[in-house]
Design a protein around this ligand. Sequence first.
Ligand code: ADP
Length: 438
Amino acid sequence: MQRRAQELSQVIQGENLQQSGLVEQCLEGLQTAMEELQVAQEELRQKNEEVLRAQETADMERQRYQELFELMPAAYLVTDLYGTVREANHTAASLLEISCSSLIGKPLVVFVPSLQRRSFRTLLNRLSDIMQVQFLDIKLDTWKKNSFQAEIYVDGVRNFYGQVIALRWLVIDVTARKQAELHLREVQRQNLELREADRLKDEFMRMVSHELRTPMNAILGFSELLLQRFSRSPDSQNLMMVQSISRNSRHLLRLIEELLDFSRLQTYQLRLNLDGFDLTELLQSTAAELHSLSEQKDLAFHLILPTEPLMVFNDRSRLHQVIVNLVANAIKFTHEGSVTVELVELPEGRVAIGVRDTGIGIAPEHQAQIFQDFWQVDQSSTRRYPGTGLGLAISRRLVALMRGSLTVESEPGQGSLFRIELPRTVPLEASLPSESFH
Ligand code: ADP
């Protein structure tokens, strides 16, 4: 504009004003200058608006940051390089049990227990040239003198030139976490002790059962001899006594065997002795052994077998033990009706053995528990049915070792069906003890 006006005045000075057309030329020049002025004014107005908008955005951002800072669930503080609080959010104030307004202006060191203040100040001195986030694990005292364990992260606030002009602090109360960690360590220690005690108990049980088994076998052997002798004698009193000795020692021996098996299974020392045999023959001989038991209780005993022999590869004596346990239980918990043992050949090289009774049955809520160690439905000291509560626990583990399953279906008052499902050929690895099958 200035340039244009100068040009015009030079023109006016150098020319005769009377000359026609000159004034017009001047006016035109002025007109153009005015238009340029208007454009410049418009541009200026637009720029102004942009600046205003930018300022609004900056204000909004500042507001948002302030809200974020306030609502942050973690405690945030900004201090100067001497550790005097300049800004603090609500969480920080409530953590330190002081109002926000009182916290501003206080040196942070007042929340550090007196014994640690010197090292805190040393640390503060080092923070003026802080290069990366620093971590502090420290105990803090609140304004009301309650202490808590804190984890602190400190970082520098830098100016345009990268100089640290303030410090920002994130304070986390880790008292509960520290206590939980302490508690966890204590539980782990107790766990180790318990495991050791458990191992010692297993060891002790194995040793005692082992020691008892030899004399019990001797007592049983001699009582069988005496039984033979007295069975021909007319003295019924002696015969009854020897029968009682024999019965009780057999019972005790079974108990000892159960305890021994249990402890071997617990310590993964039980191995299967695999061999080929006819399963129908095993079931026939087992049924013959237990038939008299069912007769004593007037129960019908049914054995349903395939017509052809069914060869399997398994541990005969362990499978016999499982079947005896299931059938003895079926007889023990049945007062009238029948016990049925059935063998079925399944597709894909599998077989199923079912032991069904018409006895007292098992309530649904107890059906999973009966397979637990020492668990019995009737746990009272005056219970009607004898036993250790180990039979099913041992049976299920043995069947698992055979790569099979043992399940139950039952209805209280109606009876139960225990079902063993097995592969006809148990893989040879099953003869090696393995933890994964317990
Ligand atoms: P035990 O027979 O020595 O008590 P088991 O482990 O063999 O131990 O059985 C655990 C419990 O399961 C038994 O005490 C009984 O309560 C229940 N149970 C097992 N078999 C039957 C069954 N055929 N009918 C009803 N209850 C049974």
